[in-house]
Design a protein around this ligand. Sequence first.
Ligand code: PPS
Length: 473
Amino acid sequence: TAWTMRLWRPGSLGVALGVFMTIGFGLQLLRGPFQKRLPGLQLRQSWVPSLGPTVKSCLPRQRLVFLKTHKSGSSSVLNLLHRYGDQQGLRFALPTHYQFGYPKLFQASKVKGYHPQSSDTKKPFHILCHHMRFNLKEVLQVMPSDSFFFSIVRDPAALARSAFSYYKSASSAFRKAPSLAAFLSNPRAFYSPGGRGNHYARNLLWFDFGLPFPPETRVSPHLPRDPNPLQLHIVPSSGAGPGSLFQPMTTVANSHEQPASFASSDFGPSSFIQWGLAWLDSVFDLVMVAEYFDESLVLLADALCWSLDDVVGFMHNAQAGSKQRLSAVNQSTVKGEDQQLTARARAWNNLDWALYTHFNRSLWARIEQYGQSRLQRAVAELRARREALAKRCLMGGEALDPKYITDGRLRPFQFGSAKVLGYVLQNGLSQKDREECERLATPELQYKDKLDAKQFPPTVSLPLKTSRLLPPY
Ligand SMILES: Nc1ncnc2c1ncn2[C@@H]1O[C@H](COP(=O)(O)OS(=O)(=O)O)[C@@H](OP(=O)(O)O)[C@H]1O
């Protein structure tokens, strides 16, 4: 079963290693990041859905590793982690600036206040969640091995649209291309592996998960003659009739078991990809899917033994105009051009497509286990709470153009070719509401600074003269 795949058995390790090494990655494997998660134990805690809302038989998990992948909805997850940790007084493993030496692999030494600790119980941090390129061996220097590991993925086509706009100037490949359509129609004309910032331009999820890349083989960036085998059917969460929300992913050509266009023809043994995915399965407890964000949040709350309120939040880091693009991608009547771009983006980002379909499938398997109608009820409840919060907290009830955001604490960092939306708080809030609403609306960089200041309060040494003037209490 899928659950037995989660066991990291020495036998399967041997087979996987054999395949891996024959295609030239033995050295990378031995170099470090591909350790198993629980040295000695070998068995990752299997996930068992809780019994129901009335039975509280678990303790909230508070040791968390969130791999914050790029352009995948991860800032919205970060906000809820920031809020939870802030309110519970948990310690974050923070970067000195805003990322852990990205795009280099994560190093424990980049964590502020890190001191080598041999025992798990002495590790001083609860939450590690800022941008990094995942590197398990080093993560385990900072976080206990029984931490809850999770991440989020997004359809590579939506991710490519988002990344192209955001990293237009940061990636040399994107910078040269006049449009995403032009880029994807002939990526080789713009892209060179290893070019400046080009990890943003191809298989960004695979890169962020810290997986090695196969040797450069010929990968057709062109659309397969029939784009349908690459067409992922994501059932939109509304308007498609009762029950449709819960249909697991399938493909038009019913080829979901083997997306043959990337695996076997381009890389030789599909075991390379399968090995990477099996390894991720053995490390990550949950991988959320941006297209099913609310369903993922419900599963997250359940897995962490958190309340629904702990995972309710607003969408962060949306670029202006992306909503329209997103709904177009999900409609079955998308224009031919969009459909072609979607298929090309998925073909170009072939490793991410494999990653995405894999974790989309796992998510639906978990939803099945959790119970579809139970999940549907929880998702409806979550959305109702979010709406109520938006009404109470937000001017206009939704994300706004940054030109309206004059409060520097709430204005999101502006980067890329589109505006990054943010929030303005309602006037006249009570102090308690204001504090809660501010936490929900605070962008990731400002929240990180706030947590940093809390964890590392500036040491004030008052000059003697001034202190004499202070009152005696
Ligand atoms: N809840 C939810 N569901 C679906 N999609 C969401 C969600 N929250 C954020 N987003 C979209 O994710 C994009 C931003 O991703 P990140 O926050 O990971 O970006 S970043 O790497 O931290 O800059 C950004 O995509 P684009 O707007 O297409 O650029 C957001 O709109």
